[in-house]
Design a protein around this ligand. Structure first.
Ligand code: PLP
Length: 434
């Protein structure tokens, strides 16, 4: 019995087990760049970047040093009562990066989930309106507010309701749902009509505080909303005094080849949430918004003892340094093009590869039944398990989407090796070996 098996067998029942990728029986010990190593010494190329939370890779020396130096100086002082050095330096630096013009401010959190809860609070406080609109297929988090905003799985709200009142879901314009022969414009018109339906039937626009959207859905399958749809809902929001809020927790920090996914659309949000890779995976999040919105909620309205902690903010500053110094935004865009080509080339050979959506080094690749074109969950499981056996970690979104989100520091050689592994897994599946 190896250490992987021994540790898993003796592990106290952990709730998180239920959510884990069940067939990867590994216990991760260490990581370096785009590679993680288990307790038995096996290496895997991490094509998941720890759920897009380590865009700068594992144990980046600059980030590690910033954490170590800061931990030796001061681990914690609550930013709720006193500014701390890194937090005071990071706040203007992060705010300057946010694609919001004019005066802006931010509030710290410990997770993407609480940053999205903050969006609800700030939007309600500023507008004095109760309702928030979010989209089907969205994942915004696991606190009651953010979980209420989410609609990626029925299991998310099963048994735990009632959820937060005042949240309304409208259909996300997943281009996959286009009707046969429907033009792009007709699709956008149909989806915009569906978006407006609640406002025309039971949801007064003047009682709606914010629209929250992942411009490119992450857990929903790496799906990009059409440009024209985004422009229409943006205009609708502005015409009706509704705040336009974006969730950048998964798709921000360079993941899409831009700092923020909303920059792919040229639209300016009123509020945005950031987390995951902000501090290279340490628990730090932020909601950033126009100053007047952020000023609308009194101080006790959103405070966490450890949010904006000295160590996490040190890690965030080092993370931003690495993204800038190593040109990771350009790297994400360039490597994304290579990955896009790889998957398209393979689609020529393997008809079970369906739609390919790649935005930066950030892809959703559908695995389908070639006969029917329908999602093939079983094939997906077999392929990702084979990828794992061959030395890379990849998981699925929904049931049949390969989630391709490597650390942006992945080397050319590691990326080529990942392509070789994926290609081999596709071949083995095609040959009926799995
Ligand atoms: N928003 C998006 C788009 C996410 O993908 C996630 C996590 O997967 C969250 C919010 C929640 O972040 P956290 O898990 O840090 O609370």
């Amino acid at each position: 019995m190896g250490d992987n098996e021994r540790l898993l067998a003796n592990e106290a029942p952990a709730f998180s087990r239920a959510a884990r990728v069940k067939y990867y029986n590994i216990v991760i010990r260490s990581g370096k760049g785009a590679v993680v190593t288990d307790v038995d010494g096996n290496d895997y190329i991490d094509l998941l970047a720890s759920a897009s939370s380590t865009n700068t890779g594992h144990a980046h020396p600059h980030v590690v040093k910033a954490i170590q130096d800061q931990a030796a100086r001061l681990i914690q002082y609550t930013a709720a009562y006193f500014a701390t050095e890194n937090e005071a330096k990071l706040a203007p630096r992060l705010a300057a990066l946010a694609p919001i013009s004019g005066p802006k401010a931010l509030a710290w959190g410990n997770s993407g989930s609480d940053a999205n809860d903050a969006i609800i609070k700030f939007a309600r406080a500023y507008t004095g309106r109760p309702n928030i609109v979010s989209f089907t297929g969205a994942y915004h988090g696991s606190t009651y507010g953010s979980q209420t905003l989410s609609a990626v799985s029925l299991n998310m709200s099963r048994k735990i309701g009632p959820m937060l009142p005042g949240v309304v879901k409208v259909p996300f314009p997943d281009p996959w749902k286009r009707l046969t022969d429907e033009t792009d414009d007709a699709f956008v018109d149909r989806m915009f009509a569906a978006f407006k339906l609640p406002f025309e039937t039971y949801l007064p626009a003047e009682e709606t505080a914010a629209i929250l959207i992942e411009p490119i859905q992450g857990d929903g399958g790496i799906v990009k909303a059409p440009q024209k749809f985004m422009e229409k809902i943006y205009q609708f929001a502005h015409d009706n005094g509704i705040l336009f809020a974006v969730d950048e927790v998964n798709q921000g920090m360079g993941r899409t080849g831009k700092w923020w996914s909303i920059e792919n659309f040229g639209l300016e949000p009123d509020l945005m949430s950031v987390g995951k890779s902000l501090a290279s995976g340490l628990p730090l999040s932020a909601v950033i918004g126009r100053q007047e919105i952020m000023d609308s909620l009194g101080a006790p309205g959103h405070l966490f003892t450890t949010a904006g902690n000295p160590v996490t903010t040190a890690a965030a500053m080092a993370t931003i340094d690495v993204i800038e110094d190593e040109h990771l935004i350009d790297r994400s865009a360039n490597l994304g093009q290579r990955a896009d080509k790889f998957f398209h080339d393979d689609r020529e050979k393997f008809p079970f590869i369906g739609d390919i959506r790649m935005y930066g080094l950030n892809g959703g690749i559908d695995i389908i039944d070639p006969e029917t074109g329908e999602p093939d969950a079983d094939a997906t499981t077999k392929i990702i398990y084979r990828v794992f056996e061959l030395g890379a970690i990849i998981i699925s979104l929904k049931t049949n989407v390969l989630r391709f989100q490597p650390p942006l520091v992945i080397t050319d050689e590691q990326l080529e090796k990942a392509f070789t592994i994926l290609n081999q897994a596709f071949k083995d599946f095609a040959a009926g070996k799995l």
